[in-house]
Design a protein around this ligand. Structure first.
Ligand SMILES: [Zn+2]
Length: 271
């Protein structure tokens, strides 16, 4: 297996879980998540390219000390002071379900999964259970009667879970703001051979997106894998969040649900 089959990220309607091998994943040991680095510490930890430019957000540059300080004041310091889960925003507004809808997030699991269909049903229950256990307001509802017609066109369910054949990702999902025509969770067969990522945890990550949660590694503290700034922090940064790719300077290799994820979902939807 490749050690870094990092996927492309598609912002707006779908987010992807990259395939990776646990071996070679760098663990972060940067200490407390809530410590705001001083400018001096930030500057010392920021990579300086061969031409002297500082590299921020993974692949963007700022040219000198003055510009780096401006970046720190504008992006690093304020974000670090916020209370690891972040919610997607659209036009500055939280991308979330209504209280009544989040209590009844119905889904089917396509019979096109064939012999794996029951395994997908079980993994969905496991992934949904992570969020449901953290917030009594969140309730995913499996509607097996729609499995034989389980597509984005089926208006009897909020979303569908369908198989896909791809080398680009293990699974991908959608956000609450996505139109019904895009509301599906697509699952590739590689979910059954994803190393230290269990199928339940992979789908837990995907269901995090369906609740509105963005990749934790787009926050500046990750120092890499930046996507965009259209999000609002719900908790302090957590490099081990289930929404943080391990290969993006993540704090753990196994994509497990963390206490910060529980805190975040409660902050958005209530306990
Ligand atoms: Zn994702």
């Amino acid at each position: 297996m490749s050690s870094s089959r990092i996927s492309r990220i598609s912002i707006g309607t779908a987010c992807l879980v990259a395939a990776f091998a646990a071996a070679g994943t760098a663990a972060s040991a940067t200490g407390s998540d809530t410590d705001v680095p001083s400018y001096k510490e930030f500057k010392a930890s920021t990579y300086q390219d061969v031409d002297g430019a500082y590299v921020v957000n993974g692949d963007e540059i700022v040219s000198g000390n003055k510009q780096l300080k401006e970046f720190y004041d504008k992006v690093v310091a304020p974000q670090s002071m916020h209370d690891g889960l972040i919610v997607n925003t659209v036009g500055g507004v939280d991308d979330k379900w209504s209280a009544s809808q989040v209590a009844n997030l119905t889904y089917c699991v396509s019979t096109k999964f064939g012999t794996r269909q029951a395994d997908v049903v079980n993994a969905m229950a496991t992934g949904a259970g992570l969020w449901e256990a953290a917030s009594s307001k969140v309730n995913f509802v499996y509607v097996s009667s729609q499995n034989s017609n389980c597509t984005t066109s089926n208006s009897n369910v909020v979303f569908s879970v369908e198989p896909v054949q791809t080398t680009q990702y293990i699974a991908r999902a959608f956000f609450p703001s996505s139109p019904k025509s895009q509301r599906n969770v697509l699952v590739d067969d590689s979910i059954w051979s994803s190393g230290s990522w269990t199928p339940g945890d992979v789908l837990g990550h995907e269901l995090g997106h369906t609740l509105g949660f963005r990749h934790e590694h787009t926050r500046p503290e990750a120092g890499t894998c930046f996507e965009d700034n259209n999000w609002r922090p719900l908790t302090p940064y957590d490099s081990s969040s289930i929404m943080h790719y391990p290969q993006c300077n993540g704090g753990s290799a196994n994509l497990k649900f963390q206490a910060s994820d529980a805190t975040g979902v409660r902050a958005l939807y209530g306990s």
